[in-house]
Design a protein around this ligand. Structure first.
Ligand code: IMP
Length: 201
């Protein structure tokens, strides 16, 4: 079976291809010749994941999934949420301004609880499925660690004393929101594989 991942991020594609093995061939948007960006105009991760998956499904009519993730901070009513990648502005060269904006907003606030969330939307044989992963934790006061990306240096998952940026990728992957959502989708695909193929996937 071929499965399109509605992303231009080859790193994400390689990561998931490694997890699924040879039974399913993961194709990126570049692989299928789709070179545009799909606007993420939704107000929830679920809406954005659907928008991306559906835009591609309508064109190619092939099994496709899309993911959307971000950081939700309780004291900020769930912000930055769907705006995580563009919190301090669009197209910034490095991530520091986003982290600084968040830390400034939390200045003097005691409740530091937050979570990373990923929602995946899978469309296959005209059916829509959603898979979610959540990791709860706390926002610390000063960034720590050089691994990972985004808000990793200021996020310590519950039950750990290291930030995501102080963990290696394997360690982060055992608990991360993204790997939880991906694993749920993979379990579904593997358990339904024969039925999906029979129905035309
Ligand atoms: P995406 O939907 O996976 O591209 O994630 C959108 C944005 O959420 C990223 O640009 C990051 O700012 C933030 N984000 C998502 N996942 C993570 C993570 O694992 N660590 C740090 N930041 C993340």
């Amino acid at each position: 079976m071929e499965l399109i991942f509605a992303t231009h991020n080859q790193g994400k594609v390689r990561e998931i291809q490694n997890l699924v093995g040879e039974k399913i061939k993961i194709l990126s948007l570049t692989d299928v010749g789709f070179l545009e960006e799909i606007p993420e105009t939704g107000s929830t991760f679920k809406e954005n994941a659907f928008l991306k998956a559906n835009a591609i499904y309508q064109i190619y009519k092939k099994p496709v999934f899309a993911d959307d993730s971000g950081l939700e901070v309780d004291a900020l009513n769930g912000r930055p949420g769907v705006y995580s990648a563009r919190y301090a502005g669009i197209g910034l060269k490095n991530f520091e301004p986003h982290i600084n904006k968040l830390l400034n907003e939390l200045n003097g606030i005691e409740d530091r609880s937050a979570r990373f969330r990923t929602v995946i939307c899978l469309i296959i044989n005209d059916e829509i499925y959603y898979f979610e992963g959540v990791v709860n934790g706390k926002i610390i006061h000063h960034p720590r660690g050089n691994n990972g990306f985004g808000y990793d240096p200021i996020f310590v998952p519950d039950g750990y004393d290291k930030t995501f940026a102080e963990m290696n990728l394997d360690e982060k992957n055992t608990i991360s929101h993204r790997s939880q959502a991906i694993n749920k989708m993979l379990e579904f695909l593997m358990s339904e594989y024969n039925k999906l193929i029979e129905k035309g996937a």
